[in-house]
Ligand binder design. Structure first.
Ligand SMILES: Cc1ncc(COP(=O)(O)O)c(C=O)c1O
Length: 417
């Protein structure tokens, strides 16, 4: 009798995962076990590397004030609340929810452990037996939530964020009277770019649809635009809705604390009646274990630090990112990044180079996120560099020198190609 692995492979699934599985087996940068971390320098076996794969954009993972908030909270609440949220939430939950709503200037917020759980449970509730539209480059977890909605009776169509008129036509074509949900990334997890939220929101409002935005990468980085802002990222890091000057009318915003705030926690910004509905309709509020106390404590402390020091940190991340992006452009390398955010995607013209490029970066002591198929479509295979506050100027110089050497050795995509 074949075991389960053999059965799955026979089913043809292995072909779908083949490239990724190959990389997992052959590249030290995939499925790595890390032995030591010093800021953004990490050791894997004997090899020290500079970490450009971390999404701890604000450096809160090593912030002494934030680390110091963990022990008192654990002493008070224990290591883990253990109740599902419907059974009981330590007071720290409403404290975070209220503070977060004030920061986002949103009507209300609801905390759940991860954005993945939110998408899987909330998208099907919002879609019902209506119509879901998912943006072609939306994060896999958003897409999976949309597929779950389809499994529960909704129809599913794709659209392209850079073709809003196409979305408008798709929305116009579905029968009126049924739910319509339009799902996409806020700051895109691969390109690092900000979508045209005002245009998309306008279309959604005109067509009776709800815009569902996953700004897991933007929360803590982009924020409201102001005359006294310290960088073009805007002020306060209060996410893409405020950054693009939008309101929360007909918009449900999802964000994660797992990137900029270095905590296992995620949220929805939403009207209070919808929050109350989700308390009984969204599975994780009823059935899942909650975030650990340490994460609740670091999220709350992070909100406090963000108010006092966030803008200065963001200005520093912006400056360092600009150094990388300027260098990439000087080298004549293409990157989809046009908004200057700290996610720099480098696409390889020949996907079969990925193995060798990964080996070269590893040998040069540079640790990045590899983007292999099927994590990305075949024409987007390459790697992604993230810049965080804890990457020093020396780290940035090392990265830039390595990119120069990489250009000499490998074919790179040129702008416009
Ligand atoms: C855009 C986006 N959404 C969701 C997630 C998953 O977030 P979480 O860890 O909160 O499930 C990620 C993680 O990489 C992401 O990049």
């Amino acid at each position: 009798m074949p075991d389960i692995t053999t059965s799955v492979m026979k089913d043809g699934q292995d072909q779908r995962w083949g490239d990724l599985e190959h990389l997992r087996r052959t590249s030290p940068m995939s499925d790595a076990v890390l032995d030591e971390v010093r800021g953004r320098h990490i050791r894997c076996g004997d090899q020290w590397l500079i970490d450009f794969a971390s999404c701890n954009y604000l450096g809160f993972d090593r912030d002494q004030e934030i680390i110091g908030a963990i022990e008192p909270a654990v002493r008070r609440w224990g290591t883990h609340p253990s109740w599902s949220r419907l059974l009981g939430s330590p007071r720290i939950y409403p404290e975070i929810e209220e503070r977060l709503a004030a920061l986002l200037e949103a009507p209300d917020t609801l905390l759940l452990p991860t954005a993945t759980l939110i998408h899987a449970s909330v998208i099907p509730v919002l879609a019902g037996s209506g119509h879901v539209f998912v943006e072609a480059t939306a994060h896999r977890t958003v897409y999976d939530g949309c597929v779950a909605a389809r499994g529960q009776g909704a129809t599913l169509q794709r659209f392209r964020g850079d073709r809003p008129d196409q979305l408008d036509a798709q929305l116009r074509a579905v029968p009126s009277g049924s739910a319509r949900l339009v799902c996409l990334d806020g700051v895109n997890s691969m390109s690092g770019n900000v979508p045209d939220v005002p245009r998309l929101a306008e279309i959604c409002r005109n067509r009776g649809a709800t815009l569902y935005l996953d700004d897991t990468h933007g929360f803590g980085i982009v924020g409201e635009r102001r005359g006294d802002e310290l960088s073009p990222y805007g002020a306060r890091g209060n996410s893409v809705v405020r950054h693009t000057g939008e309101t929360y009318d007909d918009i449900v915003l999802v964000g994660g604390f797992s990137k900029a705030y270095s905590s296992l926690l995620a949220f929805l910004a939403l009207p209070t009646p919808l929050k109350d509905l989700l308390k009984v309709a969204a599975g994780p509020y009823l059935y899942s274990g909650p975030s650990p106390t340490a994460s609740l404590a670091t999220a709350l402390a992070g909100l406090e630090v963000n108010e006092r020091r966030g803008d200065a940190i963001r200005a520093d991340v912006h400056r360092k990112t600009a150094k990388v992006l300027d260098h990439v452009r000087d080298l004549g390398m293409a990157t989809p990044n046009v908004d200057g955010l700290p996610i720099v995607e480098i696409v390889l013209p020949d996907a079969s180079d990925l193995d060798a490029v990964a080996g070269f970066l590893w040998d040069s002591g540079i640790y990045v996120t590899l983007a292999a198929y099927p994590l990305v479509p075949r024409d987007r295979v390459g790697f992604r560099v993230q810049i965080t506050a804890l990457n020093s100027d020396d780290d940035i110089d090392r990265l830039n020198a390595t990119l120069t050497a990489l250009c000499e050795r490998f074919a790179v995509r040129r702008p416009g190609s």
